[in-house]
Design a protein around this ligand. Structure first.
Ligand code: KIV
Length: 272
């Protein structure tokens, strides 16, 4: 099967800006380990997000809050070792940047130094703008994240769609402009009405990458394990499954178990 890798040998923050200008959509997926990162990089994904969703997907926590800076660095360095082409964005975990901007800068520097990632992402708008600005002064590219920001789940109370009301929508638009003015290279918009997301994408010059934010934005991101059908319990409207891997893996393991039990594995050719 042919691969749609675009014209870019290596994707950088500048590539993403160029893609927005040309109207070429940006593809982004999460990944947390070497093996899957190698596969999706080879398949032509533009951006790999080492998301703090690793807290749910890899560690089985209920929220993204428990994952630590060192755990994020472990995941990110595994991803970086696998990647030849994609831009690697690393999530700053909860508690590593909200205290003050100096703490935020030192967390961002630790991520860049110890993981080899190419950029960082953090959640929020005006509340964290000082940290965003300070991190940018160190030459570290920053991706913003607005709308549903899972690190604030205990403030929101639910994972429902955000910014349906005018006041929250207006604040989101203001925050998007603030992040652009500060110098962010891109913005993730999670679970907001499609019309609002399109308005944001049309109002700012940096790429807007949506998850549950409709098709009027500059790119799309999904959690890899969700789109591969490895997680069956999570069924939001925005999720498109491209495989049903949980069923396939289960079937393969059942076959292996019965082969072992029936003394069908290994056979003559599978031994020394
Ligand atoms: O951590 C994550 O997976 C994310 C995406 C949902 C954008 O932040």
């Amino acid at each position: 099967m042919s691969v749609a890798k675009g014209d870019y040998k290596k994707v950088t923050t500048h590539t993403l800006a160029e893609m927005k200008q040309k109207g070429e959509k940006i593809s982004m997926l999460t990944a947390y380990d070497y093996t899957l990162s190698k596969i999706i990089d080879g398949a032509g994904i533009d951006v790999i997000l080492v998301g703090d969703s690793a807290s749910n997907v890899m560690a089985g926590h209920e929220t993204t809050l428990p994952i630590t800076l060192n755990e994020m660095i472990y995941h990110a360095s595994s991803v970086v070792r696998a990647v030849d082409r994609a831009l690697v964005v690393v999530d700053m975990p909860f508690g590593s940047y909200q205290g003050n901007s100096l703490e935020a800068l030192s967390s961002a520097i630790k991520i860049m130094k110890e993981s080899g990632g190419h950029s960082i992402k953090l959640e929020g708008g005006s509340e964290i703008i000082e940290s965003v600005e300070r991190i940018l002064t160190a030459g570290i590219p920053v991706m913003g994240h607005l709308g549903l920001t899972p690190q604030s789940i205990y403030k929101f109370g639910t994972y429902n769609v955000r910014a349906k009301e005018e006041e929250e929508a207006a604040k989101l638009l203001e925050d998007a402009k603030l992040l652009e003015d500060a110098g962010c290279f891109a913005l993730v918009l999670e679970k907001v009405p499609a019309k609002l997301a399109q308005k944001v994408a049309e109002s700012i010059n940096i790429p807007v990458i949506g998850i549950g934010a409709g098709n009027g934005v500059d790119g799309q991101v999904l959690v890899l394990h969700d789109m591969l059908g490895m997680i069956q319990e999570f069924n939001p409207r925005f999720l498109r499954r491209y495989l049903n891997l949980a069923e396939d893996i289960k079937g393969a393991v059942q076959n292996y178990v019965s082969d072992v039990k029936a003394k069908n594995f290994p056979n003559e050719k599978e031994q020394y």
